[in-house]
Write a protein that binds this ligand. Structure first.
Ligand SMILES: C[S@@+](CC[C@H](N)C(=O)[O-])C[C@H]1O[C@@H](n2cnc3c(N)ncnc32)[C@H](O)[C@@H]1O
Length: 219
């Protein structure tokens, strides 16, 4: 199967959204600064439903479709670039109450949440291919230590990627950090696409790339 890597470096070539400030100022879904909500995220939503987060949500398709499908779960999409988050904010249908978008760098994730998260999605995270940058990967031990402080009880991380090297690295990192694998696939789309996909997932799978998937859990 020929796999054409058309998206490499896409995140580096971010298109500026000219009216991003206006979009962000007007959106009731944006949280610009998450630290003041640490320990109080249930109050933001006004209920005690479980909170699921996606770090690096990109343009938001995955998290928005999940919020629509699962009204009894609260979803927070986290993204570090204003132009990207502005695009995602524009896609949220009016009246959706169980979603927020947080502008933040995952490096500060443990300053933002205090044992409040039930589930973490890492979808098509930046692969940081150079060895000297591996600790910047969102599945490196640096981040896994931070995630220990944000999960409520059981820790559950779901990861999808097109990058075999990142996937193998992450499996080892999860294992070394005490996670076991509830589900694992080296060809997640083999029997058809999942009902909710990400923007990157759609592009990669359309180009014949296998999608790697793991659901890792730690009690
Ligand atoms: C390759 S894109 C994938 C987007 C989306 N998850 C998808 O699958 O279509 C990775 C996204 O993660 C964001 N990102 C990378 N590192 C991040 C970090 N440390 N904190 C927050 N967002 C980050 C990037 O800005 C980019 O939008």
């Amino acid at each position: 199967m020929i796999c054409v890597k058309i998206l490499a470096g896409d995140c580096m070539r971010l298109r500026n959204v000219k009216n991003k400030e206006e979009i962000m100022n007007q959106s009731p879904y944006l949280i610009r600064e998450g630290i003041s909500n640490k320990g109080c995220w249930s109050e933001v939503f006004g209920n005690d439903y479980p909170i699921y987060i996606e770090i690096g949500m990109g343009k938001g398709k995955f998290i928005i479709e999940n919020a629509l499908k699962y009204p009894d779960i609260n979803f927070i999409g986290i993204e570090k670039y204003d132009s990207v988050i502005a695009k995602a904010l524009q896609k949220i249908p009016d009246g959706l109450t169980n979603i927020r978008m947080l502008r933040a760098d995952a490096l500060f994730i443990d300053d933002i949440f205090d044992h409040e998260i039930s589930h973490l999605y890492l979808n098509f995270s930046d692969p940081w291919p150079k060895k000297r940058h591996h600790l910047r990967r969102l599945s490196s031990r640096i981040f896994l230590e931070k995630y220990d402080k944000i999960f409520q009880n059981t820790k559950r991380i779901e990861m999808r990627t097109d990058n075999y090297e990142l996937f193998c690295y992450s499996l080892i990192a999860f294992d070394e950090h005490g996670y076991f694998f509830e589900d694992l696939s080296f060809d997640y789309h083999k029997n058809g696409s999942p009902s909710i996909t990400t923007e990157y997932e759609d592009k990669f799978s359309k180009n014949g790339c296998p999608i790697y998937y793991v659901k890792a859990c730690k009690r």
